[in-house]
Design a protein. Structure first.
Length: 82
């Protein structure tokens, strides 16, 4: 089960281009593992480019599974998975 969020987030990336953390609703989440990543077409008919989606395991007070989306240089928390 998952919950659709689609809210902007701040993403931290290391010098080695590794996703290390993100901030959502003023809370810091540390990325413990990137589980998968893939490209999806966006609304190409509106001129949008491809979206990069990443499913990650991250920890705040507990570990959870999240899907992050990068579209046109902006990052969003796409889904929270149960």
């Amino acid at each position: 089960m998952s919950k659709l969020i689609n809210e902007p987030i701040i993403v931290h990336i290391s010098k080695d281009s590794v996703l290390t953390a993100f901030i959502w609703r003023r809370r810091h989440y540390k990325v413990s593992e990137v589980l998968s990543s893939w490209w999806e077409p966006s609304k190409w008919w509106d001129g949008e480019s491809l979206s990069l989606l990443m499913r990650i395991a991250a920890t705040n007070t507990a570990t959870g599974i999240y899907e992050l989306c990068r579209l046109d240089g902006n990052w969003f928390l796409h889904r929270v998975l149960d």
